[in-house]
Ligand binder design. Sequence first.
Ligand SMILES: Nc1ncnc2c1ncn2[C@@H]1O[C@H](COP(=O)(O)OP(=O)(O)OP(=O)(O)O)[C@@H](O)[C@H]1O
Ligand SMILES: [Mg+2]
Length: 280
Amino acid sequence: MAAPVDAATPSQSFQIRIRGLKKAFGTHEVLRGVDLDIERGKINIIIGGSGQGKSVLMKHLMGLLKPDAGHIWVDGEDVVGLDDVALNRVRRKFGMLFQYAALFDSLTVEENVAFPLVEHTKKGRAEIKKLVTERLHSLGLRNIEKKYPAELSGGMRKRVGLARALVLEPEILLYDEPTTGLDPVATKNVDDMIRDISHQTGVTSVVISHDMASTFRIAHKISMLYDGVIAVSGTPDDIKRSRLPFVREFVEMSGTVRFDGEPSDDDGDQDDDEVSTGEF
Ligand SMILES: Nc1ncnc2c1ncn2[C@@H]1O[C@H](COP(=O)(O)OP(=O)(O)OP(=O)(O)O)[C@@H](O)[C@H]1O
Ligand SMILES: [Mg+2]
């Protein structure tokens, strides 16, 4: 593990650096010393089984949970131990698409997406309305401003959640299981959306996923949380080559990547090539 002092130095390559992060709930040690670097402007995917602590890890990034030990530097600033005022400033860098989209059911689509602008800016109603509509249109959502979340499909709800996460133009976008519960077509659409946003805005993306097809389609970097630590981290090809049994099991069980000891190159290689060339 790198010394904290190295990780604290602001880095062009890494926007977020995590060292020695520990978190227990009672006697249940969920994070047992997580070390992870999040690459600036790239799609960073965190994989791992259910209950391994992926959502807990993500909540620490925004200061929604306090660790028992360890450090998280965002652009060289240690967010652990910041007071609420400083934390709110750092949080402005983040947009988050929560697991299950977490829209406000009693608010319309327009009110949901406008919410961060109303809360955090002094923009007037007309400007907010314009920004909301533009953001919805850019995600392919038209004429749904007056609808309520319950009237939308799962895929549309995810897009509305994403519109809300993007409306303050964050530098870092966190996605917790963006494709859970979606059919393959809607999943592909969400993947495309994540990649398009990454291309268009240069935002740093951190995506939690247990959908390996999606992961190999869009990731620049994949890190696996296992038994409270990041057990393996690297490019999609690195992960495919891993000989660690639990990595192989996880990837093979997804049924999307054939894994025969050699890196497979017949698993949607078009997309893989696009990603691994480091094109963006
Ligand atoms: N606020 C909390 N209080 C107590 N235990 C918690 C809390 N939040 C999470 N946990 C526990 O921490 C563990 C990890 O939870 P987490 O939600 O991070 O898992 P996950 O990897 O995101 O799983 P999934 O893929 O199912 O979403 C679980 O055992 C969970 O019960
Ligand atoms: Mg989770």
